[in-house]
Write a protein that binds this ligand. Sequence first.
Ligand code: SF4
Length: 270
Amino acid sequence: MNIDIKAVENQLRDIFEENYEFIKAEGRHSITDFIKQEAFNQILYYFRKNIELIKKITEAKVKLTLPERISPIQNLKYTIEGIIDIVREGDETWMYDLKTHDRFSIENNKDLYRQQLNVYAYIWKRLRKNDLDNTAIISTSLPNTLKGAIRNGNAEYIKYEMEAWNPVIPMGYSEDEIESIIEQFGKTVEDIENNRFTAPPTEKLFEKEKGERNIFAVRVCRNCDARFSCDSFREYVRQSDRGNQGLRKYLDDYGTDFSTEDFIEGNLLE
Ligand code: SF4
């Protein structure tokens, strides 16, 4: 398949600007030009890095649904849905799922990601009767070294970091735990329906789990929609406010980080 790379990149810029205006109007968030450019870089360099894989996608944005599930204790009905891409090459069929999380974090929580992908793979293979040999996650988050090279602007440095970047993380496929994973989904549905949303204590937000680079507040809370109404997060911000710039830190550091994710999700996954 021949692709006019320049034309696609221009189109990406147009779609990004459109989504940015939409999200800004809808969420009333605003971000600095720097953060906006960083968000667009993530999309642009993701596209440049994965162009060969993108060309091979045989089915894009496949919606998978597992309807009419019943939760384990309260018999509540729920449906599991996911969107994936399929690549068939030669005799092999791979399923890909995009995540905006960084490679390091995905590798450290591989079981969680694998469980979700295995449910999608089960729907694709067993219920829809398609071929499948393997699954993988594509981490769209740029490595810090590549971000540094892009900011530096040196073409050789960028090329080197692009070549060193490997965003594809194979996950394998197993049906061993499918039933217990689906049951776990059902328990989560029951927690949601019963308003069991207790946030962890503030101390937990300062904790760094084994193998993780970031504390819970940075790794998890910055992606959480509820953080501005979460007492634990508010207390975390208050305690970590070293320069008495609490409100600014609250809105700038965390707010803009979240907005970046928002724009990236919106542009990559729409
Ligand atoms: S901000 Fe969200 S993820 Fe973080 S503790 Fe509060 S509810 Fe949990």
